[in-house]
Design a protein around this ligand. Structure first.
Ligand SMILES: CC(C)(COP(=O)(O)OP(=O)(O)OC[C@H]1O[C@@H](n2cnc3c(N)ncnc32)[C@H](O)[C@@H]1OP(=O)(O)O)[C@@H](O)C(=O)NCCC(=O)NCCS
Length: 161
Protein backbone atom coordinates (compact mmCIF):
# COMPACT_ATOMS: atom_id res chain seq x y z
CA UNK A 1 0.00 0.00 0.00
CA UNK A 2 1.07 3.55 -0.62
CA UNK A 3 0.45 7.05 0.70
CA UNK A 4 2.08 10.35 -0.10
CA UNK A 5 2.04 13.95 1.00
CA UNK A 6 3.54 17.09 -0.48
CA UNK A 7 4.05 20.45 1.22
CA UNK A 8 4.62 23.62 -0.79
CA UNK A 9 7.04 25.41 1.50
CA UNK A 10 6.14 28.90 0.27
CA UNK A 11 2.44 28.26 0.91
CA UNK A 12 3.10 26.62 4.28
CA UNK A 13 5.13 29.67 5.28
CA UNK A 14 2.30 31.96 4.21
CA UNK A 15 -0.65 30.02 5.64
CA UNK A 16 0.62 28.24 8.73
CA UNK A 17 2.43 29.76 11.65
CA UNK A 18 4.01 26.69 13.21
CA UNK A 19 5.28 28.84 16.09
CA UNK A 20 1.79 29.71 17.25
CA UNK A 21 0.92 28.66 20.77
CA UNK A 22 -0.17 25.04 21.09
CA UNK A 23 0.51 24.05 17.48
CA UNK A 24 3.57 21.86 18.06
CA UNK A 25 2.11 20.25 21.19
CA UNK A 26 -1.00 19.24 19.26
CA UNK A 27 0.83 17.55 16.39
CA UNK A 28 4.26 16.39 17.57
CA UNK A 29 5.55 14.15 20.36
CA UNK A 30 8.18 15.49 22.78
CA UNK A 31 10.93 13.61 20.85
CA UNK A 32 9.74 15.07 17.53
CA UNK A 33 9.68 18.56 19.06
CA UNK A 34 13.29 18.03 20.17
CA UNK A 35 14.21 17.18 16.58
CA UNK A 36 12.51 20.39 15.47
CA UNK A 37 14.27 22.57 18.05
CA UNK A 38 17.68 21.00 17.47
CA UNK A 39 17.44 21.19 13.68
CA UNK A 40 19.43 23.86 11.81
CA UNK A 41 16.21 24.42 9.83
CA UNK A 42 13.34 24.01 12.29
CA UNK A 43 10.71 25.07 9.79
CA UNK A 44 11.71 22.39 7.27
CA UNK A 45 11.74 19.81 10.07
CA UNK A 46 8.16 20.76 11.01
CA UNK A 47 6.92 20.13 7.45
CA UNK A 48 9.17 17.11 7.03
CA UNK A 49 7.60 15.38 10.06
CA UNK A 50 4.15 16.63 9.11
CA UNK A 51 4.38 15.12 5.62
CA UNK A 52 5.57 11.78 7.07
CA UNK A 53 2.53 11.63 9.34
CA UNK A 54 0.12 12.58 6.59
CA UNK A 55 1.55 10.05 4.11
CA UNK A 56 1.36 7.24 6.69
CA UNK A 57 -2.13 8.30 7.72
CA UNK A 58 -3.36 7.94 4.13
CA UNK A 59 -2.34 4.27 4.17
CA UNK A 60 -3.84 3.70 7.62
CA UNK A 61 -7.07 5.23 6.44
CA UNK A 62 -7.23 3.01 3.39
CA UNK A 63 -6.40 -0.10 5.43
CA UNK A 64 -8.83 0.48 8.27
CA UNK A 65 -11.44 2.95 6.92
CA UNK A 66 -10.99 4.68 10.29
CA UNK A 67 -11.01 8.42 9.83
CA UNK A 68 -9.89 9.75 13.18
CA UNK A 69 -6.83 11.83 12.50
CA UNK A 70 -4.68 12.02 15.59
CA UNK A 71 -1.29 13.26 14.41
CA UNK A 72 0.47 13.08 17.78
CA UNK A 73 -0.14 9.33 17.83
CA UNK A 74 1.58 8.86 14.47
CA UNK A 75 5.11 8.60 15.81
CA UNK A 76 8.09 9.31 13.53
CA UNK A 77 11.40 7.51 14.07
CA UNK A 78 14.63 6.82 12.16
CA UNK A 79 14.33 10.32 10.73
CA UNK A 80 18.11 10.51 10.19
CA UNK A 81 18.06 7.44 7.90
CA UNK A 82 17.13 7.37 4.22
CA UNK A 83 14.16 5.16 5.12
CA UNK A 84 12.32 6.33 8.22
CA UNK A 85 9.38 4.86 10.09
CA UNK A 86 6.00 6.05 11.27
CA UNK A 87 4.24 3.90 13.83
CA UNK A 88 0.54 4.24 14.52
CA UNK A 89 -1.65 1.90 16.56
CA UNK A 90 0.78 -1.03 16.10
CA UNK A 91 0.99 -0.44 12.33
CA UNK A 92 4.46 0.34 10.97
CA UNK A 93 4.90 2.41 7.83
CA UNK A 94 8.16 3.05 6.01
CA UNK A 95 8.75 6.56 4.69
CA UNK A 96 11.10 8.32 2.31
CA UNK A 97 11.18 12.10 2.32
CA UNK A 98 12.55 14.35 -0.40
CA UNK A 99 13.45 17.89 0.60
CA UNK A 100 13.99 20.64 -1.97
CA UNK A 101 14.07 24.41 -1.65
CA UNK A 102 10.44 24.55 -2.78
CA UNK A 103 8.72 21.46 -1.42
CA UNK A 104 8.90 18.51 0.93
CA UNK A 105 7.45 15.24 -0.35
CA UNK A 106 7.03 12.00 1.56
CA UNK A 107 6.07 8.59 0.22
CA UNK A 108 4.93 5.97 2.74
CA UNK A 109 4.68 2.22 2.07
CA UNK A 110 3.86 -0.86 4.13
CA UNK A 111 6.83 -2.90 2.81
CA UNK A 112 10.19 -1.16 2.42
CA UNK A 113 11.03 -3.14 -0.74
CA UNK A 114 8.11 -1.37 -2.42
CA UNK A 115 10.25 1.77 -2.64
CA UNK A 116 11.89 0.12 -5.66
CA UNK A 117 8.54 -0.14 -7.43
CA UNK A 118 7.15 3.39 -7.09
CA UNK A 119 5.59 4.80 -10.25
CA UNK A 120 4.80 8.49 -10.67
CA UNK A 121 1.49 8.83 -12.51
CA UNK A 122 0.76 11.29 -15.33
CA UNK A 123 -1.97 13.82 -14.96
CA UNK A 124 -3.84 12.33 -17.93
CA UNK A 125 -4.70 9.04 -16.21
CA UNK A 126 -8.31 8.54 -15.14
CA UNK A 127 -8.65 8.33 -11.37
CA UNK A 128 -11.57 6.61 -9.64
CA UNK A 129 -12.48 7.50 -6.08
CA UNK A 130 -14.31 5.41 -3.51
CA UNK A 131 -15.08 7.21 -0.26
CA UNK A 132 -12.65 9.83 -1.52
CA UNK A 133 -9.83 7.27 -1.71
CA UNK A 134 -8.25 7.16 -5.18
CA UNK A 135 -7.44 4.20 -7.47
CA UNK A 136 -6.72 3.65 -11.17
CA UNK A 137 -7.98 0.84 -13.37
CA UNK A 138 -5.16 -1.49 -14.39
CA UNK A 139 -5.85 -3.02 -17.84
CA UNK A 140 -3.34 -5.82 -17.35
CA UNK A 141 -4.77 -7.25 -14.15
CA UNK A 142 -8.26 -5.85 -14.83
CA UNK A 143 -8.32 -4.63 -11.25
CA UNK A 144 -8.34 -1.32 -9.46
CA UNK A 145 -4.89 -0.41 -8.15
CA UNK A 146 -4.52 1.91 -5.18
CA UNK A 147 -2.84 5.22 -5.86
CA UNK A 148 -2.06 8.16 -3.63
CA UNK A 149 -2.58 11.79 -4.53
CA UNK A 150 -1.30 14.87 -2.81
CA UNK A 151 -1.55 18.50 -3.80
CA UNK A 152 -0.54 21.65 -2.06
CA UNK A 153 0.00 25.08 -3.57
CA UNK A 154 2.06 24.80 -6.75
CA UNK A 155 2.58 21.05 -6.54
CA UNK A 156 0.67 17.86 -7.21
CA UNK A 157 2.04 14.33 -7.02
CA UNK A 158 0.27 11.06 -7.87
CA UNK A 159 2.04 7.81 -7.10
CA UNK A 160 1.38 4.07 -7.16
CA UNK A 161 3.29 0.81 -6.67
C1 LIG B 1 -6.78 13.10 2.99
C2 LIG B 1 -6.14 13.75 4.19
C3 LIG B 1 -5.54 12.69 5.06
C4 LIG B 1 -4.97 14.60 3.71
O1 LIG B 1 -5.38 15.62 2.94
P1 LIG B 1 -4.48 16.88 2.68
O2 LIG B 1 -3.10 16.74 3.19
O3 LIG B 1 -5.26 18.03 3.16
O4 LIG B 1 -4.44 16.95 1.10
P2 LIG B 1 -3.59 16.14 0.05
O5 LIG B 1 -3.65 16.93 -1.21
O6 LIG B 1 -2.26 15.72 0.53
O7 LIG B 1 -4.43 14.82 -0.15
C5 LIG B 1 -5.68 14.87 -0.75
C6 LIG B 1 -5.88 13.65 -1.59
O8 LIG B 1 -5.83 12.50 -0.76
C7 LIG B 1 -6.73 11.53 -1.29
N1 LIG B 1 -7.52 11.06 -0.18
C8 LIG B 1 -8.67 11.57 0.31
N2 LIG B 1 -9.08 10.84 1.34
C9 LIG B 1 -8.17 9.87 1.51
C10 LIG B 1 -8.07 8.83 2.42
N3 LIG B 1 -8.99 8.65 3.36
N4 LIG B 1 -7.02 7.98 2.32
C11 LIG B 1 -6.09 8.15 1.35
N5 LIG B 1 -6.14 9.16 0.46
C12 LIG B 1 -7.17 10.00 0.56
C13 LIG B 1 -7.57 12.17 -2.36
O9 LIG B 1 -7.16 11.65 -3.59
C14 LIG B 1 -7.23 13.63 -2.23
O10 LIG B 1 -7.06 14.28 -3.45
P3 LIG B 1 -8.30 14.56 -4.41
O11 LIG B 1 -9.37 15.12 -3.56
O12 LIG B 1 -7.80 15.49 -5.45
O13 LIG B 1 -8.63 13.23 -4.98
C15 LIG B 1 -7.18 14.58 4.93
O14 LIG B 1 -8.34 13.82 5.00
C16 LIG B 1 -6.90 14.96 6.35
O15 LIG B 1 -7.61 14.56 7.21
N6 LIG B 1 -5.92 15.73 6.69
C17 LIG B 1 -5.59 16.07 8.04
C18 LIG B 1 -5.10 17.48 8.10
C19 LIG B 1 -4.31 17.73 9.35
O16 LIG B 1 -4.78 18.23 10.33
N7 LIG B 1 -3.01 17.39 9.34
C20 LIG B 1 -2.09 17.49 10.45
C21 LIG B 1 -0.69 17.24 9.87
S1 LIG B 1 0.41 16.21 10.73
Amino acid sequence: MIGNDIVDLALARKESNWQRKGFLDKIFTKEEQLLIFKSSNSEDMVWNLWSRKEAAYKIYNRQTQIRVYNPIQLVCSNTHLSIGKVIYNKHTYFVKTEISDDYIHTIAVTKSEDFNKIIVIDNGIKVEKHNGIPSVYDEKSQNLKPISISHHGRFEMKVMI
